[in-house]
Design a binder for this molecule. Sequence first.
Ligand code: SF4
Length: 413
Amino acid sequence: MDIEKKMQILGAAAKYDVSCSSSGSRRPTPQGGSGNGVSAGICHSWADDGRCISLLKTLFTNVCIHDCAYCVNRRSNDIPRAAFTVDEICELTMEFYRRNYIEGLFLSSGVMRNADYTMERLTLVAKKLRDEHRFGGYIHLKAIPGASRELIRQAGLHADRISVNIELPTEKSLLLLTDKKKDDIMLPMGEISTAIVENRDERKHLRSAPRFAPAGQSTQLIVGATPENDHQIVRLSEGLYNHYGLKRVYYSAFVPVSSDNRLPALATPPLLREHRLYQADWLMRYYGFAAGEILDDRTPFLDEEMDPKSAWALRNMHLFPIDIQTAPYESLLRVPGIGVRSAQRIVIARRHSRLGYGDLKKIGVVMKRAKHFLTVGGRMLLPGSGRPLRLIRRDLVTRAMLEPSRQLSLFPA
Ligand code: SF4
């Protein structure tokens, strides 16, 4: 099989892995146009400094010894199979890089023969690119579930980021839909986490020590293929951030690619649910929320109508309003309509003067949302009315948040 055909098969097979980009695009090439959001090959990712970088995104092989029910590459699927050689991937990467198509490589794989055999090949690709081709671009490698400690350690010395896909939220679901064991996934994840911490310590004493996965590790979780609720998912993510030091958990709305009576019959992938989970994840990573604040046993699913921060604020109206001049930074972060940058700017600006509503707008606060939760100069103003709000009615604020374009009275009739 020629390399172009392999690229077609393996680039397309990689599109379900969202650990480096968003999922769910259905945009085909427009007539007479160029670009295609469906077929894969090159994807975009974001570097730590916020730069958007293009990556060659492909599988090493779509041959797989496993039979995960949700996966297009599962052993029992009758699909064209292909495998690159180590040199082919290296040459493709370098060719694309020289032509300025890409700045890096995202390399995942099915499991060919066994975990170590595949992991060894992925590691060799990264090693050859670094040592022989002197490639300094970004490399993201998948760690193969069940791969040995030594290979994981080798991979991290050449890759910028490593990720091992957790796939499903519970061991029960993993056992139901795959023939993989929880330890096959958690042990490499633990190994990467330990190696990153050890490497950080080592480099404190010896700056020249080689770096291990400097862009950290991430994982991917499929949403909607199994019955777990959002509360279980955000708690799992919280645990992964806290105990394994993950940089990112990616959520991938379940796309039914093969028929299997163990899987739910979904008409469309649950993309809104995926989006809400990303918002909840963002709250945990940047806004200091704990999973138990976002959801609990009584509220196990994220509100589809409203973002999780607004939903939390409306459940906790007794904590509001807060005063813009005196509220601690952590409380400002919890106001719907105030983001991290705005909260930082408020803290700096209020050192020098008393802030008014006009200042908040200039700072970037989304007043349509924030106005329900703030006092400015001790007064909570209704838009346009100039009257103090003495009584907040949760139901009315909820309506106002859901219908931001309509002007509603927040005073009870
Ligand atoms: S191990 Fe990975 S590639 Fe293989 S069937 Fe399972 S999810 Fe698909």
